[in-house]
Write a protein that binds this ligand. Structure first.
Ligand SMILES: [Zn+2]
Ligand SMILES: [Zn+2]
Length: 468
């Protein structure tokens, strides 16, 4: 009898749930009120956590203590936690009945920068980098604020279990600055050993936005990022008798100029926003010797896979053309190598404690924010913060390895959005220190609150709807 009653009750529950596929603005408002109450209560502790993380940054591939702390925070909030996934990666699960699975990612690593903010909790930390050099370390990309927000959101959903159904997968990712950690976690079974998400979410600080605001870009938001090395071979000789040699410096110079015409003359400025920058060129030892070769390093940025492939092809064509014109034999044509990331052996070495997490690729793919998901979340943001605090942003040419979580088969719809961190701009003067600056210093109080409220609103908007 009791079983039958339970069965009828659960049928009724399913019926009621199926009637409310989307969270209404009124519900959103009530939920946000509860979220704000929890943030108020947790704020003193979260601010302490933020200052601790800021004062104790760790370089990419060295996030041991940070990862331990993140795992401990999730455990305290009632998550099932796994550690050392793809290096120091952490995965936490909060299962709360039938419903969508939503993944929320934070990154953990800091940068080799000497902090110059003058903050009382400024980092004094130094560490030995992968090449054996002792370097200063600073959270100059806001990953400390990402982690504190993430812990805050974990506490919110743990304390509001009666308001949602589904599974939350919280991941703390290592080595974002090296564009490697996401891939390492995926290779180590993120989507096979743990529930596969219906959606993936992340935020990133954005000092170009005022604190209290959030921003988003639907579709392509951040670029394909690839580094190339071009080795231009010639035939060395005496600087006084150039006619007896084939000068790789002249060839390299022609290649540099030729590359400028790819973006400006060969690609549509409307359809294929792209960048090709030659950032390093080395060859020769002194003025009267024509060297045997010149090495150039480039960064190439684009959005679609098609434009990326087209650009690489055109770079090859220009290099071959210059070599042909110089009279080189085909076997000596310039060698183009893609060198963005690491070889599998290097990744294994760098993620020592978990060799199975090793993986490598030669470029980092562009970030594509799923338009349907972005639309849903933007609606939730507007209901939470009001129209004026939600900004649609242009795409940018930076890279972010969050893109890798989408690029699995079948694709997972994901969104990474921007969290404003600058003090209000006055008289249209938009002055701020960008991320990766030694003076980068986000406004914490309101920044943290907005981070937790926005991520909570995003998650609630997905958990209360059925996955498409
Ligand atoms: Zn960064
Ligand atoms: Zn970053």
């Amino acid at each position: 009898m009791k079983t039958t009653l339970n069965f009828i009750l659960s049928l009724q529950l399913i019926f009621v749930l199926s009637l409310v596929p989307f969270i209404s603005p009124a519900q959103q408002h009530a939920t946000d009120g509860e979220v704000t109450g929890i943030i108020e209560k947790e704020s003193p502790d979260l601010l302490k956590l933020y200052q601790h993380l800021h004062a104790n940054p760790e370089l990419s591939f060295q996030e041991k203590e940070t990862a331990k702390l993140m795992a401990g925070e999730l455990r305290k909030a009632g998550f099932e936690v796994s550690e050392n996934i793809g290096g120091y990666g952490v995965v936490g699960l909060l299962r709360n009945g039938e419903g969508p699975t939503v993944m929320i990612r934070t990154d953990m690593d800091a940068l080799p920068i000497k902090e110059d903010t003058g903050l009382p909790y400024a980092s004094q930390v130094t560490a030995t980098d992968a090449s054996g050099k002792v370097v200063p370390v600073m959270h100059a990309c806001g990953h400390d604020l990402h982690m504190t927000t993430w812990v805050g959101v974990a506490r919110v959903f743990s304390q509001m279990r009666s308001n949602w159904k589904g599974t939350l997968v919280f991941i703390a990712q290592p080595a974002e600055e090296k564009l490697t950690g996401a891939r390492a976690m995926i290779a180590d079974g993120l989507f096979t050993k743990f529930p596969r998400p219906d959606y993936g979410l992340a935020l990133h600080v954005n000092p170009a936005l005022e604190v209290g605001k959030v921003g988003y870009k639907s579709g392509y938001a951040l670029a394909n990022s690839e580094s190339l090395t071009i080795t231009v071979k010639g035939k060395g000789g005496h600087g006084a008798t150039p006619h007896t040699s084939i000068d790789p410096i002249v060839m390299a110079s022609k290649i540099v100029l030729g590359l400028q015409t790819i973006v400006s003359r060969e690609l549509s400025p409307l359809e294929s926003p792209s960048v090709i920058s030659v950032g390093s060129i080395h060859g020769g030892t002194t003025g009267n010797i024509i060297p045997n070769e010149v090495e150039m390093k480039l960064t190439v940025r684009s959005f679609s896979d098609e434009s990326r492939e087209a650009i690489i092809g055109k770079i090859g064509r220009i290099c071959r053309g210059v070599a042909l014109a110089a009279g080189l034999e085909e076997k000596d044509y310039p060698v183009i190598e893609s060198t963005t990331l690491y070889t599998p052996a290097q990744v294994r070495e760098l993620t020592k404690n978990k060799p199975s997490g090793a993986t490598a690729d030669n470029y980092n793919p562009s970030v594509y924010n799923d338009p349907v998901l972005t639309g849903k979340v933007a609606t939730a943001f507007r209901a939470t913060f009001g129209e004026g605090n939600v900004v649609e942003l242009p795409p940018e040419m930076f890279g972010e390895d969050f893109s890798n979580y989408t690029r699995v088969s079948p694709r997972i719809p994901t969104l990474i959005y921007s969290l404003g961190t600058s003090a209000p701009f006055t008289d249209n003067v938009r002055s701020y220190h960008p991320t990766h600056s030694s003076k980068f210093s986000p406004v914490i109080g309101l920044g943290l609150t907005t981070g937790i409220r926005s991520m909570s609103a995003a998650i609630f908007s997905l958990l209360n709807s059925s996955p498409d």
